[in-house]
Design a protein around this ligand. Sequence first.
Ligand code: AP5
Length: 251
Amino acid sequence: MGGRAGRELATLTSEFAEHTPAQADDFLPGPVLLLGAPGVGKGTQAQRLMADYGIPQISTGDILRDNIARGTELGKAAKGLMDKGQLVPDEMVNDMVGARLAQPDVARGYILDGYPRTLGQAEWLDAHLATAAKSGTPLVAINIRVDEQELLRRITGRRICSACKHIYNIYSKPPKHPGVCDIDGSPLQHRSDDTEAAFTERMKAYNSLTAPVIEHYCRQGRFREVNGDQQVEQVTTAIESALKALREAGK
Ligand code: AP5
C-alpha cells in the first residue's frame, strides 16, 4: 500500500499524529534499504516511510508469507525454513525481488525491507541495478540498531493485522481492543517464527550472514546508522534526517 491509501492509514493512526512527514514532492530519496536485526523495527519504519514518501515497501518476509498463505510452490519450499528461523536460498529470493522490481510502481523509488541479507543477495542486487535500463538514483542504506535483549521482547510481543498488515506490540503499542486491529477491526495474528527458539536461530543467521551486508554497504559510502531504541516516531525522524543528509551528500 502506498500513496493516498498509506496517507489515510497514517491519519487514522495516532502514532503518526506528532510526526512531521517528509515532503514527497520536494524530496525523493530513491531506493532505500532498511537493514538491521530481527525486530529492530524495519517493517514499522517501512510502513511509515511508505506513507510519508508515497513509495512502495518491498518486504521479502511479507512476500514469502503471502506465498505461504496462498500455498504456492515457493511458499511450500520456504515455510519450513522460515519457521526454524533459517534463511530461504538466495536464488529463490533474488528471483522474487527481480519480479517485484519489474513492476511499474517502483519507478519513483521503493523501500527494501529485509533484503538483501546475504552478501550473495547484495552482489546480485548491485549487478541487477547496474544494468543500463535500471540505473537511476543510487541506493541508500540505513542500518537500524537496537540491543539484542530488547529485540526478544519486541519479537514475542508483536501482533500483525491479518488484513492491512499494520504492526502492533502487546507491550509497547497495544491495540485499543485486545486481538483486534484499530484500523479495520480484523483479527491480529502472531507470526509462527516469533518464538524464542526461532528468534535464537534468526539472530545466528543475522550475525553470520547479514552483518557482512552492512559492511558491504558501509564501504560503498551511501550508508547511515540510526538508533532504533527510541520512540517509533523519533526513529522515523532520525531515518528521514539520514536520508536527507545522504541526498545532500550525493548532489
Ligand atoms: P522478515 O519478515 O524479514 O523478518 P526479520 O528480518 O526477522 O524482521 P522482523 O520482521 O522480525 O522485524 P522488523 O525489523 O521488521 O520489526 P517490526 O517493525 O515488525 O523475515 C522472516 C523470515 O523470512 C526470515 O527469517 C527468513 O526465513 C525469510 N526471509 C525474509 N527475507 C529473506 C531474504 N532476503 N533472504 C532469505 N530469507 C529471507 O517490529 C517488531 C516489533 O517491535 C513490533 O511489535 C513493533 O510494534 C515493535 N517496535 C518497532 N519499533 C519499535 C520501537 N521504536 N519501540 C518499541 N517497539 C517497537
